[in-house]
Write a protein that binds this ligand. Structure first.
Ligand code: B12
Length: 210
């Protein structure tokens, strides 16, 4: 079994203590950072499919999520470059009712390395909390909303619409997360959408420079 296959197997088994060491070993063997990250993202897909099939339950999903986070911690210094921030502040959060944060954290990391100061509002962020954060943080140029559940897509819509109706200006709103599409982003009035963390960073720059 290759080192990356071992990372995948241990992540899917929720072995949070073993994954970081295996990620480091994969790096030491010369595996690319992006390849390891993509392998871990694919594994979360496998975990989701097992959950859908009733083979595992929430605790197992949670353990896999912990293992993923620990693995990402090893990659983080290699993913985030030393760009000095000039693009302003990006507020990011997972919308109200939604506790998924792995994808949001990856997007935050990539946006930070693209040259933004990132303020992470965490999970279960209400429209009101997004708006308060726009008011209290300096030079907010981008607000990024993440959502992983079809049941919290209305909360994303509410956040985008309330932010837009707040009268506050000077920033763009970007949305993303597994159930979100460009069509949905257009429908709810968001300024941008991206399907993954890498393209989120590209889109973020494009939006604030426009
Ligand atoms: C881990 C996990 C959990 C963990 C989350 C832990 C954590 N700290 O995040 C826990 C156990 C808490 C959990 C709970 C639940 N979960 Co869950 N979970 C998952 C799982 C397996 C992986 C998610 C993940 O981390 N993926 C990896 C990351 C890297 O991918 P990502 O999040 O999609 O992010 C990428 C892109 O979407 C994008 N992106 C993300 N955010 C943003 C934001 C912006 C602005 C942009 C531009 C891009 C962007 O970039 C990211 C990186 O490339 C998914 C399965 C799946 N296939 O996604 C189910 C899944 C999302 N969960 C699901 C469900 C049903 C639940 C529960 C309702 C289960 C229950 N019965 O309690 C609860 C809900 C709790 C809540 N209120 O939020 C369903 C959702 C179904 C649906 N369509 O709504 C899924 C799809 C599983 C399934 N197949 O049924 N879950």
């Amino acid at each position: 079994m290759s080192k990356i296959e071992e990372v995948k197997a241990m992540l899917e088994a929720g072995k949070a203590k073993l994954v970081p060491g295996l990620v480091q070993e994969a790096l030491d063997e010369g595996a690319e950072v992006q390849t390891i990250l993509q392998a871990m993202i694919d594994s979360m897909g496998v975990v989701g499919d097992r959950f859908s099939a009733g083979e595992i339950y929430v605790p197992e999903m949670l353990m896999a999520a912990k293992a993923m986070s620990k693995g990402v911690d090893v990659l983080k210094p290699l993913l985030t470059g030393g760009t000095s921030s000039t693009l302003g502040t990006c507020l990011i959060g997972t919308v109200e009712g939604d506790l998924h944060d792995i994808g949001k954290n990856l997007v935050a990391m990539m946006i930070e390395s693209a040259g933004f100061d990132v303020v992470d509002l965490g999970v279960d962020v209400s429209a009101t909390k997004f708006i308060e954060a726009i008011k209290v943080n300096k030079n907010v140029t981008l607000v990024a909303c993440s959502g992983l559940l079809t049941t919290t897509m209305p909360a994303m819509k509410q956040s985008v619409q309330e932010i837009k109706a707040s009268g506050l200006t000077g920033f763009k709103v970007m949305v993303g997360g597994a159930p979100v599409t460009q069509e949905y982003a257009n429908e709810i009035g968001a300024d941008g959408f991206a399907p993954d963390a890498g393209s989120a960073a590209v889109k973020a720059k494009e939006l604030v420079k426009a």
